[in-house]
Design a protein around this ligand. Structure first.
Ligand SMILES: Cc1ncc(C[n+]2csc(CCOP(=O)(O)OP(=O)(O)O)c2C)c(N)n1
Ligand SMILES: [Mg+2]
Length: 374
């Protein structure tokens, strides 16, 4: 192994990052081909975002909270799964963290996630929907994941509220919230970051700036040069970085996490990302971008860039890179095949009470029973 430069993430971090970036990409490839073949109705591809989403989630500790939107599969996989049990041949004994021992069986969790996005009975919402609109909160395993609300910007005050709860509990946990740049013109963005500044909340808001909201380009969305320029106005820290450069992502998160955990408060991180896909596969938004611009962004893929860098610093060779790619593809193929073989729910099974236990939930359940009986 060649010398690593100062500040380079540890070999364990690099092995985990590589595996999860490839796992996320393999998942997208599989779902994109199903969307193209008409086997699933819609898919929101995270291609191009992997260095940012995986880099962010890798830095989290048990019971730090993650709030995601539609392009954050890499963060979800990294937050949930113990890679040393999922792909033991790819890891060294020292790669297993104390949190890995707490995390649930990764195969079972992957099956639930695949079932979720395939609308199957074993999904988190038991097949009610086929999306990332669900949450998974389990303090015993350290998993705190709050899934998305569709309304742009609505997740930012939720993430700020989670951070406030940490402050009130007196713990050292932080919240990492993701949002597209299309959400930053909403009032919720301003209100939540203002509150985060005043209350010094342990919040890191990551704006995934992929330069388009659907097909609306940046200059039609806002007039400031960088979104992170807004941070001083709220009295918080802000950074803009190349979100396809894992080393830059890792450094930005280390700094933001250190601030959040030591009471210095919130950070607005702006990850500049390539527009490598449309808003959703097949919605026509990609084709509205000029062909030469699309071609240019396709050359900004974070995965070959990361693998070339791993090779340059001596952290991986061609055989290792091929093994990670093949293993990730095989794991996803198996998870999707098992998901597809899982039944869709019967109507009465898909139903779930959206209210917390209590009189409102009881009334809702009675009403549902009447409707089901017809
Ligand atoms: C309040 C609100 N207005 C409009 C929409 C419709 N809408 C859904 S996604 C989207 C664009 C989101 O842009 P961005 O966050 O940059 O996501 P990207 O297209 O890059 O995936 C819009 C306008 C919405 N969901 N909520
Ligand atoms: Mg966008």
């Amino acid at each position: 192994m060649a010398e690593q430069t100062a500040g380079t993430p540890s070999p364990t971090t690099l092995r985990r990052a590589h595996f999860f970036m490839r796992l996320s990409r393999a998942w997208d490839s599989r779902f994109e081909s199903m969307a193209r073949a008409g086997n699933i109705g819609r898919w929101y591809s995270a291609v191009g975002n992997e260095a940012t989403t995986v880099g962010a989630a890798l830095s989290l500790l048990p019971n730090d909270a993650l709030s995601t939107v539609h392009r954050d599969l890499g963060a979800i996989l990294t937050h949930y799964l113990d890679p040393t049990r999922l792909a033991p041949a790819l890891f060294e004994p020292q790669d297993r963290t104390a949190w890995d021992a707490l995390r649930p069986d990764p195969g079972a969790l992957l099956h639930r996630l695949a079932s979720q996005v395939l609308g199957r009975r074993d999904g988190f919402t038991r097949g009610v929907d086929r999306s990332f609109h669900y949450g998974l909160i389990d303090r015993a395993t350290g998993l705190r994941h709050v899934g998305m609300i569709s309304h742009l910007g609505a997740m930012i005050p939720v993430a700020a509220g989670l951070a406030l709860a940490n402050l009130q509990d007196g713990n050292q946990n932080v919240v990492v919230g993701f949002i597209g740049e299309g959400a930053t013109s909403q009032g919720d963005f301003h209100e939540a970051l203002n509150m985060a500044g005043v209350m010094k909340l342990p919040l890191i808001l990551v704006v995934e700036n992929n330069r388009y909201a659907f097909s609306t380009p940046l200059h039609e969305q806002f007039a400031c040069e960088k979104l992170s320029d807004r941070a001083p106005g709220y009295g918080i820290a802000g950074e803009t970085f190349d979100g396809t450069d894992f080393e830059a992502v890792h450094g930005a998160f280390e700094r933001a996490l250190a601030r959040a955990r030591t009471g210095e408060g919130a950070t607005l991180l702006e990850a500049m990302l390539p527009r490598m896909r449309g808003h959703a596969e097949g919605d026509g938004s990609y084709e509205l971008i000029a062909a030469d611009e699309r071609a240019r962004w396709l050359t900004h893929d974070p995965l070959p860039r990361f693998e070339a860098w791993l090779t340059r610093i001596g952290a991986a060779d061609a055989a290792r890179i091929a093994a990670v790619q093949e293993t990730a593809t095989a794991i996803i193929e198996a998870a999707v095949a098992r998901g597809l073989a899982t039944p869709e729910p019967e109507l009465h099974e898909a139903w779930r009470n959206p209210f917390a236990p209590g009189p409102v939930a009881d009334a809702f359940a009675r009403q549902h029973a009447e409707v089901t009986r017809g």
